[in-house]
Design a protein around this ligand. Sequence first.
Ligand code: SF4
Length: 497
Amino acid sequence: MPVPCATGCGRNASLKRPKTGDALCKECFFWAFETEIHFTITRGELFNRGDSVAVAASGGKDSTVLAHVLKTLNERYNYGLNLILLSIDEGITGYRDDSLETVMQNSADYVMPLKILSYKDLYGWTMDEIVAQIGRKNNCTFCGVFRRQALDRGAALLNVKCIATGHNADDIAETVLMNVLRGDIARLKRCTAISTGSEGTIPRVKPLKYSYEKEIVMYAHYKKLVYFSTECVFAPNAYRGHARALLKDLEKIRPTCIMDIIYSGETMSVKEEVTLPTQRTCSRCNFVSSQEVCKACVLLEGLNKGLPKLGIGKSSKAKRMLEEYNAKQNDSLQEAISEINDEFKKNNCISKGKVCKSNCKSKENKHSTTDLNTVDANTNSCEQVHSNEVTDDNKETKCCNKKQYCTNKKTNETNESNSKAEKLLAEYGIPESSDKPNSIEETNSSQDKVCEIDVSNSVDNEEFDVDLHTNDEVILKEEDNTCAGACGKVDSLHIGF
Ligand code: SF4
């Protein structure tokens, strides 16, 4: 027997609202769902008339519904917003490439301009390449940190007033639970904020903060919205999954638990002695950071130096790794220098402070050899009078008076040795010039300068947490591969932007 819609509209109910248990017809459900979001926006004062707003779009259910509802409300209530879709291409074959097609479709359907930024363009790495380098353990740390910053960069590029993300009520309740379970009180309060971002940064707002995930799926389904629901190929089995499973079990018994948990997080007060992380800008890239150098810069440095674990875990660990790395670099540079010295001792002569690159046959008897680092022009000169300096390595020169003794060809060994040194010098960022380092001390000091990553201001023993999500609410630690992706899959471990 048909059940009438609880609003008294005269239509029959076609669904039971997960949030309230009301039996509603589709039209009344749409109205209730959209109106609640409108109240969230107006009560939270998320937008001002005339604002340009970037809608973080992944192609998943949350961001697709967000874009659709914002467009609807913008027209219905005349917000006067300029809505732009902003997507990040992480470079995950078989996942993001497909979901971006959905975003492009949404862009056409909702008549919203779309901006896509890729990790490859921003950082020089795709997620496929990062996973190939680091494996599957901490891939989501890189992905989440880079995505967060990529959105900031995109928003700055688009010159928008704020970024609207698709975080829903379930995501926020899960985050509250996770922070409680971890004892991460410092972030517990902040994680329920509807708008985040400190002065000078582009704020992020969550219009779907009070929208249940089940209702988002229902809305997308009944509205026949096009969204992407495939799980990321790198999806981990993360700690968030346990919080999600717990929440789903609780929701079955008591659907209001999601709102209740959010309310608990909102009204909880934190003792004064608990220090909250302060936001500032990264001294390297100038984007938002809670450290002197932001996590994205540290992770990228690690990738580029072949130290992918550099940004995983505590800052003190990163510092230690860098010290070891620099020490290793010193060792290998010194090794290369002594190899070069050996080669010179074998194959070269010194004249008037210049290294003769010729292969003088007389060197054994007449040329004294010397260490590259301790050249003494007075005591190590060629007995023959060098009429000219070496002018060209490839041509015959007037290096020695007794031309018949001088073939002036560099041996293969010397070439090899020099090219190795050049490679190392280039790798260490030491400018290659005719003025090669004269001493190991000099070499080391320039190397130290180049190889230094400025984590010095990161407080030792302070945990170097990763804000995994586009908002600050999900904190990833070394042992947790919480996904911050936007797969859009129902019941996946992912949450949207
Ligand atoms: Fe990125 Fe999510 Fe995939 Fe992890 S699972 S790599 S966070 S999209």
